[in-house]
Design a protein around this ligand. Structure first.
Ligand code: MN
Length: 189
């Protein structure tokens, strides 16, 4: 068994004008594919070769000697989850059940968006912002580099990639504008 790049849930140009086809061609076609290829090379002939990415992530997170395997496995998983977190004509209001939970734990959808944007904008350097469920409560968290909530017992609900490769072709250094586009036009509730 080897790790496969999952099919995108939409076409390369589906998220335009908020994320260009050119960004998707690089981000999905080069970066995500690159993590898949690196991971397959790293696990070849090891005990991890027959495992899926979630299992590899859980078994490598605590061991500095497997940091490269963890980083690539987590990036494979994070990107697959990120593509699912967006859709064409996204944004708008959350589905009823999620909206009720967001209002319970953040006060309002607007407050959730503010907290999520603040986390995404303030992540220093590369990483991710997440909406997660933590023992039944919704929380916003950010992770650095490849780190992922599934390595820490949290259940991801939505994510946005804030590595520069996610937005630089379309937004240059304007990470906040990219996060606004994600929240208002792309998010797949
Ligand atoms: Mn990325």
């Amino acid at each position: 068994m080897s790790i496969k790049l999952p099919a995108l849930p939409y076409t390369m140009d589906a998220l335009e004008p908020y994320i260009s086809a050119k960004t998707m061609e690089f981000h999905y076609g080069k970066h995500h594919q690159g993590y898949v290829d690196n991971l397959n090379n790293l696990i070849k002939g090891t005990r991890y070769e027959s495992m899926d990415t979630e299992e590899i992530i859980r078994l490598t997170v605590a061991n500095p000697e497997t940091a490269s395997i963890f980083n690539n496995a987590a990036q494979v998983w994070n990107h697959s989850f990120f593509w699912q977190s967006m859709r064409r004509d996204g944004g708008g209001e959350p589905a009823a059940e999620l909206k009720t939970k967001i209002e319970r734990d953040f006060g309002s959808v607007e407050n959730f968006k503010k907290e999520f944007k603040a986390a995404a904008v303030s992540q220093f350097g590369s990483g991710w912002a997440w909406l997660v469920e933590d023992k039944g409560t919704l929380r916003v968290v950010k992770t650095a580099n490849a780190d992922t909530p599934i390595a820490h017992g949290l259940k991801p609900i939505l994510t946005v990639d804030v590595w520069e490769h996610a937005y630089y072709l379309d937004y240059q250094n304007q990470r906040a504008a990219f996060i606004d586009a994600y929240l208002n036009h792309l998010i797949n509730w």
